[in-house]
Design a protein around this ligand. Structure first.
Ligand code: GLA
Length: 435
């Protein structure tokens, strides 16, 4: 499973010894050294990872004195693990409990090792991992490639080997490596380097890289081929916020697909448009369905960031929709695309009432289809198309099922008119099975 190279160890030594060189020079030297054959080969993320992550809902709340229920602490992760199991999420595939930023003590220990904040994680990360494992779940942790995490906690720069080994010793199953407090020239060196040390621990650790997001922020197209070689999943856009505007902004970025990043998705490698906010405050019921449908179509990790202790039944039903999950988890791992986009003149005649159709090819020649309407005035829009027009090819046509209701939605030949009526800021989501 693991492929090592002495040359990569040399890279790390160089990395350490060239700390005094300018970043550009250092990068050049290391880039040459790292040009040895290596690639991520941990057997993980054959389908998009599913689970729970603390950041969007719980942020960097470290106030366990006055806000014990919501602060970043071992109790929070244990409670979420409990709910993943008792409320049926684990059995549907949601298996990772992912710690995000602000878990660490501000200082490394006397051996230079990372350690959890002793007050908020009195039992330590290893105990937490044991607990999570005892529930049949996996534990993810957060680090940063730079000198500090985005929240100002110790970063892994120049500690890659030690930190990878520490995570492995603790029994960690996934690492989200952020890119704050670093520079754009360093990512192409540092992220593969951490992958190397993770591999070298011998423990399969899912590797989530924020590398392309920082490249995109610098208005450049990331080298997705290199990223896919080192990372299982990668964030390539800004942080999701609890709002419809944020969700639609991410969907637009994925629809535009600059750099053709969709083509790098497949078993072992997935683009990550960030966490699922279904069950939080910012989305209407229809908008929550849009996020679930699109994240399924985009073969995106399903990492919920919500409060499973108090989630509404209607949101839970969206998250637990078996057909949506099976579309997301389709073994071919092909990322769906936006195939049709019009500006409608809907009931309120506003030009920006965009309507889109997205499709995703699935196993056994099936397709997932999502029709999204971004209108904000009046009722549902009516749009006419046909399966042939949106790229489906089976000459005998398809049988459609509505994913969210589970109801049959008709049989269509390739050129039969398909009339779609999605709600304003809503979605129609279908599974199309060839006849
Ligand atoms: C960045 C990441 C977020 C989160 C925070 C933590 O902004 O993109 O997902 O991890 O850092 O500080």
């Amino acid at each position: 499973m693991l492929r090592f190279s002495n040359a990569l160890e040399a890279v790390h030594k160089s990395w350490l010894s060239f700390q005094t060189m300018t970043t550009k020079m250092m990068s050049l030297v290391l880039l040459v050294l790292i040009g040895v054959t290596h690639s991520l080969d941990n057997g993980l993320a054959r389908t998009p990872p599913m689970g729970w992550m603390s950041w969007q809902r719980f942020r960097c709340n470290i106030d366990c004195k006055d806000d014990k229920y919501n602060c970043i602490s071992e109790d929070l992760y244990m409670e979420m693990a409990d709910h993943l199991v008792s409320d049926g999420y684990r059995d549907l595939g949601y298996e990772y409990v992912n710690i995000d930023d602000c878990w660490a003590a501000k200082q490394r220990d006397s051996d230079g090792k990372l350690r959890a904040d002793p007050e908020r994680f009195p039992s330590g990360i290893k105990k937490l991992a044991d607990y999570v494992h005892s529930k049949g779940l996996k534990l993810g942790i957060y680090g940063d490639f730079g000198t500090l995490t985005c929240g100002g906690y110790p970063g892994s720069k120049f500690y890659e080997e030690l930190d990878a080994q520490t995570f492995a010793d603790w029994g960690v199953d996934s690492l989200k490596l952020d890119g704050c407090y670093s520079t754009i020239d360093d990512y192409a060196i540092g992220y593969p380097l951490m992958e190397f040390w993770l591999n070298k621990t011998g423990r399969p650790i899912l590797y989530s890289c924020s590398w392309p997001a920082y490249v995109v922020f610098s208005h450049k197209i990331p080298d997705y081929a290199a990223i896919a070689k080192s990372c299982n999943i990668w964030r390539n856009y800004g942080d999701i916020q609890d709002s419809w505007g944020s969700v639609t902004d991410i969907i637009r970025f994925y629809g535009n697909d600059s750099g053709n990043f969709s083509s790098f998705a497949g078993p072992g490698n997935f683009n990550d448009p960030d966490m699922i906010i279904v069950g939080d405050y910012g989305l209407s019921f229809d908008q929550q369905q849009v996020q679930m449908a699109l994240w399924a179509i985009m073969a995106s990790p399903l990492l919920m960031s919500n409060d499973l202790r108090i989630i509404r039944a209607e949101s839970k039903a969206i998250l637990q929709n078996k057909m949506a999950i099976s579309i997301n988890q389709d073994p071919l791992g092909i990322q769906g695309k936006r195939v049709y986009m019009v500006k409608t003149y809907g009931p309120n005649l506003r030009k920006n009432n965009k309507f889109e159709i997205w499709t995703r090819p699935l196993k056994d020649s099936r397709f997932a289809i999502a029709a999204v309407y971004y209108g904000t005035g009046g009722g549902p829009t009516r749009q006419m198309t046909s399966l042939g027009k949106i790229g489906l090819t089976n000459q005998n046509g398809y049988t459609l099922t509505d994913v969210f209701t589970g109801q049959p939605a008709g049989k269509y030949s390739l050129n039969t008119t398909l009339t779609l009526r999605p709600n304003p800021s809503g979605v129609l989501f279908f599974l199309a099975v060839p006849q």
